[in-house]
Design a protein around this ligand. Structure first.
Ligand code: DC
Length: 269
């Protein structure tokens, strides 16, 4: 589509505008009912704390709408794994960022969900390990690393402009003009129970009280850091998922997106 002009849903301006889309390409995910025609960029963001089911709902929502799905937590986890494996101290952000740049973190978009690679090797198995989970919030609070990741996520969106992007700062910092923004929340106790149930399904022994403590600590670090703190953007749709099933959350989000997008298209005439 190089050199073509296409409509984009610019949520910040709450209208449909024309933009140049030269040089961008998208996998063109086959959704059950694509939200917009294939040449129309659209970004939907999902922010919120750990344990709200963001990744699961983001992935399914993207599939239903015919969009790509970006898991930005995987990028911070990958940086954390690199830090641990190369024994880089937390107080050496410059060294960490140059190692991460050298790793050329990127996704294999042919996989579902896309897998993350460092030095061209998949590292999905590594980024979910306990040692990574234990310190990823501390690593994600490093300002220099965040600036690098924000730029990288914006570049990914230029290459995959039809995107559901989930994380802690996607609507607030990375894509402030997203067409639709969500903020998912749930009581810490509910989030700890969900995480514990998930680990039990994997056959692991879980101390739920310790899990709750860890979730509270991550919330505290994520929401009090100076760069890209976890906040609910003013223009986000806030959903408390405490009493909702995963299916119920996705249904509601799909309803909101379809309603908003048709209103944007109608208002454009
Ligand atoms: O969603 P997750 O558990 O995979 O995220 C891992 C960590 O990365 C979590 O502590 C929050 C942080 N994170 C972030 O700071 N900004 C993002 N956009 C995504 C994740």
């Amino acid at each position: 589509m190089a050199g073509e002009s296409a409509s984009t849903l610019d949520g910040g301006a709450t209208r449909v505008v024309r933009v140049e889309t030269a040089g961008v390409e998208s996998r063109g995910v086959q959704g059950a009912d694509p939200i917009v025609p294939p040449n129309v960029p659209i970004i939907i963001t999902i922010d919120g704390p750990a344990g709200t089911g963001k990744s699961t709902v983001a992935r399914t929502l993207a599939m239903r709408l015919g969009l790509d799905f970006l898991d930005t937590g995987a990028m911070y986890r990958a940086a954390t794994a690199i830090m641990i494996d190369y024994e880089i101290p937390l107080d050496e952000p410059g060294e960490l960022v140059s190692k991460v740049i050298g790793a050329d973190l990127h996704f294999d978009w042919t996989a579902d969900p896309p897998t993350i690679l460092a030095w061209n090797a998949p590292i999905d198995h590594r980024i979910r390990s306990e040692d990574v989970t234990a310190i990823v919030s501390d690593v994600a609070a490093i300002g220099e690393l965040r600036s690098h990741m924000v730029r990288k996520q914006q570049i990914i969106a230029a290459q995959h402009p039809r995107l559901v992007s989930e994380g802690r700062d996607q609507g607030s910092v990375v894509f402030p003009g997203a067409a639709v923004k969500f903020y998912l929340d749930a009581d810490p106790e509910v989030r700890a129970r969900r995480r514990a149930d998930q680990l039990r399904l994997d056959g692991l022994d879980v101390d739920e009280a310790a899990m709750l403590e860890r979730i509270r600590r991550r919330d505290e670090i994520d929401s009090t850091r100076s760069d890209g703190p976890l906040i609910c953007p003013d223009d986000a749709v806030r959903l408390d998922t405490s009493a909702l099933s995963v299916e119920g959350v996705i249904d509601e989000m799909e309803r909101v997106v379809r309603e908003r997008v048709s209103a944007l298209i109608d208002s454009d005439g």
